[in-house]
Design a protein around this ligand. Structure first.
Ligand code: XMP
Length: 326
């Protein structure tokens, strides 16, 4: 019978059986899934686990600080932070195709994890360990949508499932693989994680890299980060965080439109707001949110973010649209 306590107990046993006395690392993304997976594995194997936070430069404003502070404070986990901004930007240079971006990001993550694992093993004086475990917060919907589930179509390569390189040297530990998001949140609460972590809206592993339609550059990331921070600030101020499943903010970097500001013509980029309501991200509907809030977000983004002269609202359900644009 399904109870959260049973799931926790079962998984702890399974993790111990899989990892034994060896070492594991867990990539933290700032999201709920990796946080809950990490907390679960820590409960199972304690200090054999080191969490690795890869700052790939595709994070939202404040995300890095949040992982460093909130998560470590809540769990006391050992954390290694890797600054890999240059590495990711270089690998993504010139790439616009969404699947290619996802594969590149997935590959770079693994390469960074391999390096981190080698350093951790060396620091612990445990050279010669042959199996390296990588904990992933993969959920059931990720498995299904990456084509790894029950024969469903391959929709997109979620980086923690289909986007991984084939020459991966890690053995994966995926304690959430059979769970849906609401169940993951319940497990997180059971493990004593605070609301700021458990109630977070989903954010994809590939980050803002798949919210820029077009090539990913540092300038475009900065611009999108600003627009995203404004939208999140206003949604929170309006008390809408719990009504909305998540609200991707997307930069159409390859599109320009004519505008007017002051006395002058502008030729800038549109920002798309994609607020959705959902139960499990497998299907979703666009959120009918108050016009005043939309107006405030639009005014602020066009006033405060250089080069953005238009804000548009995505009114597509899933299907036919996916939640993310890429
Ligand atoms: P889509 O766009 O497929 O998104 O409708 C469904 C949910 O999954 C999130 N998402 C991801 N999460 N790695 C993740 O950890 C990924 O590669 C990824 N791609 C999409 C998305 O934000 C939504 O919540």
């Amino acid at each position: 019978n399904w109870t959260t306590a049973n799931v926790v107990d079962e998984q702890i046993e399974a993790i111990r059986a899989q990892v034994g006395t060896k070492r594991a690392i867990c990539g933290l993304s700032g999201g709920v899934d990796s946080a809950v997976a990490a907390a679960l594995v820590q409960k199972a194997i304690g200090s054999q686990l080191t969490c690795v936070y890869v700052d790939h430069g595709l994070m939202r404003k404040g995300e890095t600080e949040q992982v460093e502070k909130d998560f470590v404070a809540a769990t006391g986990v050992q954390l290694k932070v890797v600054d890999a901004q240059e590495r990711f930007l270089t690998a993504l240079a010139g790439v616009s195709d969404p699947e290619q971006k996802r594969k590149i990001i997935g590959r770079e993550f693994i390469r960074v994890f391999e390096q981190a694992q080698a350093e951790i093993v060396a620091e612990a004086g445990a050279e010669g360990e042959d199996v390296a475990f990588l904990v992933q917060g993969t959920l059931y919907p990720d498995v299904v949508e990456s084509g790894g589930g029950t024969g469903t179509a391959n929709i997109k390569s979620h980086h923690n499932v289909g986007g991984l390189p084939e020459d991966i040297e890690f053995e994966l530990v995926e304690p959430l693989r059979k769970l849906f998001k609401d169940e993951v949140r319940a497990v997180g609460r059971q493990l004593g994680l605070p609301d700021e972590i458990v109630e977070r809206q989903p954010f994809p592993g590939p980050g803002l890299g798949i919210r820029i339609v077009g090539e990913v550059t540092r300038e475009r990331l900065d611009l999108l980060r600003e627009a995203d921070a404004i939208a999140r600030e206003e949604l929170t101020a309006a008390g809408l965080d719990r009504d909305i499943w998540q609200c991707p903010v997307v930069l159409l970097a390859d599109v320009r439109s004519v505008g007017v500001q002051g006395d002058g013509r502008t030729y800038g980029h549109p920002i798309v707001l994609r607020p959705v309501s959902s139960e499990d991200a497998m299907t979703a509907d666009w959120t009918r949110m108050p016009y005043e809030v939309l107006a405030k977000i639009s005014t602020r983004i066009t006033n405060e973010v250089a080069e953005v002269n238009r804000v548009v609202l995505d009114v597509t359900s899933k299907p036919p649209g996916t939640i993310e644009w890429e």
